[in-house]
Design a protein around this ligand. Structure first.
Ligand SMILES: *[C@@H]1O[C@H](CO)[C@@H](O)[C@H](O)[C@H]1NC(C)=O
Ligand SMILES: *[C@@H]1O[C@H](CO)[C@@H](O)[C@H](O)[C@H]1NC(C)=O
Ligand SMILES: *[C@@H]1O[C@H](CO)[C@@H](O)[C@H](O)[C@H]1NC(C)=O
Ligand SMILES: *[C@@H]1O[C@H](CO)[C@@H](O)[C@H](O)[C@H]1NC(C)=O
Ligand SMILES: *[C@@H]1O[C@H](CO)[C@@H](O)[C@H](O)[C@H]1NC(C)=O
Ligand SMILES: *[C@@H]1O[C@H](CO)[C@@H](O)[C@H](O)[C@H]1NC(C)=O
Length: 600
């Protein structure tokens, strides 16, 4: 039997013995029919693998470049170093004199023209939790009451965009939180909010890298390595809602957006199917609160304004535009995924039901080449940051985490499958006890002066985060940092009185204002410390978009009953004290007259 296709070579006599040996080894066993079939099969297999592999790794990204998708602002918000390490003391114990806040700041922006009960509650809860002073955008500007609702929306968004663009205090890398003024209660300290924001982005971005992969950027020079960038990133988080806008029923903003990260039976066996929507897993965008890097949020506002211009006289609103933006972003991501995916694998996964494809069935979108649809929008599925009350009022309970018997039955009461023990989250347990009074040096003047009645707080050895009632969502096992009271308006009064700080709100607020001069915060500020979120300083008031400072007792005069319900009179004038000066953390006078006797 001669071996096919390989005529025996005629070696000259002079060839070396080594070659002979090789030749003999190679031809020791003649090939059989069976090995030939095997060889052919494996060649075929390799070829198939090669082809499949080819189809999963195309040479050039198409949708990704056709519609500009690379984010224009490269810094990632989850990499921002928001809490600085403490600077080193020099050998002789003095501090560097050129301290300035070099890391990104944190700003809270609230669109509000005027005071109201809602604005005062938003403000009060933010102060008690030591958020940076709120920037009220549009405060005191000519009223918009003569305008149509659409014009008011355009004005509000324009003002917000302009502030993000023009303010000397807001830099591209800073983190901004934009919340509705009327109906937000802050529940947890800013550290927790920031930490969770960054953690959610980190986790999601790992998933997005796996799902959508990387794109190669063309590089200059013949032997430069191509730069790989993650195709799609999450950069901005909105609150998640249980319902989509009914008029957008078939829009990609309702159909294509990602499924919740919560388990598919988290509201029992009718999860996502119950007729009234209360058992839907929150999935759709709610515009009441948004958090992200200033540059990223500004990009979204720019696009919103452009969309609103396109709508012209047609009525539309912020919620609708944002929903559509979110939807189109997801359609493009899905188109790009389908283009680059391995077809066989995709088919297999769809067949056995583990596909992560987004639904673009029946979705009709008009996409303009060259237009950006990628904004890094995502939502906070598990209400770690923002809780929306619509369709969710029965999903929560105010619980003390130290009450073990209560905590162990909470999830059962809410019919959550697969219970696990609810523990106080570590990021909250690490926060300072809110009931510890500020330390002052003996001869230091306390403003406002300490008063046993007004400043009474529980003993911090007996009370802290673990035994105050915290509004908890047992379904997602989360304690939301912010509560958006966008449901039944009557519940605003009821829920305000359930908040952990309510019984001590006046004392906590006085403590917060006094803090600005206390030993701890002076040191913290000097050291570029953790509570120094915003370089403008100021405590106990708001900043307007014109950078004017307005103290709380001016903003919320007459709201005391709704804020504290304690019959102790107007805030800030409890003992007939005159209006007090306000200092920022560096002892610089911001507002009011300086008393001569004070040392600064
Ligand atoms: C302390 O040391 C730093 C440098 O280590 C020096 O710049 C500064 O002048 C010193 N201050 C005093 C009061 O000696
Ligand atoms: C949505 O799509 C369905 C068919 O998929 C159609 O019957 C219905 O009229 C559409 N609704 C709207 C509001 O366009
Ligand atoms: C505005 O309304 C008109 C008439 O109803 C319609 O033709 C047009 O497409 C609408 N524009 C947008 C952007 O929806
Ligand atoms: C995809 O969306 C369409 C239109 O809303 C809907 O009819 C269909 O059931 C959805 N498919 C899946 C798998 O969810
Ligand atoms: C724990 O919670 C239960 C149920 O709400 C309550 O009856 C009980 O008094 C609580 N225990 C403590 C120590 O607060
Ligand atoms: C403390 O405040 C209460 C209520 O305003 C007032 O009646 C009382 O006189 C104050 N006590 C002191 C020592 O100032």
């Amino acid at each position: 039997m001669a071996s096919l296709g390989t005529p025996l070579p005629q070696f000259p006599e002079a060839k070396s013995s080594a070659t002979t040996l090789l030749w003999q080894v190679y031809h020791r066993r003649p090939r059989t029919q069976r090995t030939r079939v095997l060889a052919l099969a494996s060649v075929f297999f390799v070829l198939v693998l090669f082809l499949l592999n080819r189809s999963s790794r195309p040479p050039d990204p198409d949708y990704w470049t056709k519609f500009p998708s690379r984010h224009p602002f490269p810094n990632r918000p989850e990499d921002a170093q928001l809490v600085l390490p403490r600077p080193k003391f020099s050998v002789n114990g003095s501090l560097p004199h050129d301290l300035s806040k070099a890391n990104p700041q944190f700003h809270v922006l609230v669109p509000a023209e005027d005071s109201s009960r809602g604005v005062c509650r938003t403000m009060t809860s933010a102060m008690i939790l030591e958020y940076p002073p709120l920037s009220m955008i549009g405060w005191g500007l000519p009223s918009s009451s003569g305008l149509t609702e659409f014009e008011q929306t355009v004005q509000r968004i324009t003002r917000m965009r302009d502030y993000l663009k023009d303010s000397h205090y807001v830099h591209d890398r800073d983190i901004v939180l934009v919340v509705d003024g009327e109906d937000i209660f802050f529940q947890l300290p800013p550290r927790v909010l920031l930490q969770r924001f960054q953690n959610i982005l980190r986790t999601t971005n790992q998933k997005l890298a796996k799902k959508y992969g990387y794109a190669e950027l063309p590089t200059e020079g013949p032997d430069a390595q191509p730069e790989l960038v993650q195709k799609y990133e999450q950069r901005v988080l909105f609150g998640a809602s249980k319902e989509c806008i009914p008029s957008l029923h078939n829009d990609s903003g309702c159909v294509t957006v990602p499924q919740s990260s919560l388990p598919p039976d988290v509201y029992g066996w009718k999860t996502d199917e119950f007729h009234d929507g209360t058992r839907n897993r929150p999935r759709w965008l709610n515009p009441g609160a948004v958090m992200g890097q200033a540059a990223d949020v500004r990009l979204i506002y720019d696009e919103m304004l452009q969309q609103m211009e396109n709508y012209g006289s047609n009525k539309t609103d912020e919620h609708k535009i944002l929903t559509q933006m979110y939807g189109r972003q997801e359609v493009l991501r899905e188109l790009e995924r389908r283009r680059t995916t391995n077809r066989a694998k995709d088919w297999l996964y769809r067949t056995i039901g583990i596909s992560d494809a987004s639904n673009i069935t029946g979705v009709n979108v008009r996409l303009e080449t060259g237009h950006r649809y990628e904004f890094g929008i995502g939502v906070d599925f598990e209400s770690q940051l923002f809780f929306n009350q619509i369709l969710s009022r029965k999903d929560v309970a105010w619980v003390k985490y130290s009450n073990i018997s209560r905590m162990s039955t909470l999830q059962m009461e809410h019919k959550v499958p697969r219970e696990h023990r609810l523990l106080l989250p570590t990021e909250l347990a690490e926060c300072a006890n809110p009931f510890v009074q500020t330390r002052f040096a003996k001869d230091e003047e306390m403003i406002p002066a300490y008063n046993e009645t007004l400043d009474k707080l529980p003993d911090p050895n007996e009370r802290s985060w673990v035994n105050v009632p915290l509004m908890t969502n047992p379904h997602s096992a989360s304690i939301p940092a912010l509560i958006h009271m966008n449901g039944d308006k009557k519940l605003r009064d009821v829920w305000w009185e359930k908040m952990w700080f309510f019984p001590w709100a006046r004392a906590l607020l006085r403590k917060y204002i006094r803090n600005s001069r206390g030993f701890d915060s002076a040191q913290s500020a000097l050291l570029g410390g953790q509570e120094w979120w915003d370089a403008r300083g100021g405590r106990g008031g708001i900043w307007t978009d014109e950078e004017e400072w307005i103290p709380l007792y001016e903003v919320c005069q007459g709201q005391e009953r709704d804020l504290f319900d304690d019959d102790l009179g107007p805030f800030g004038k409890e003992n007939g004290d005159p209006l007090r000066p306000v200092y920022n953390q560096f002892g610089t006078l911001i507002k009011g007259e300086k008393k001569r006797s004070r040392r600064t």
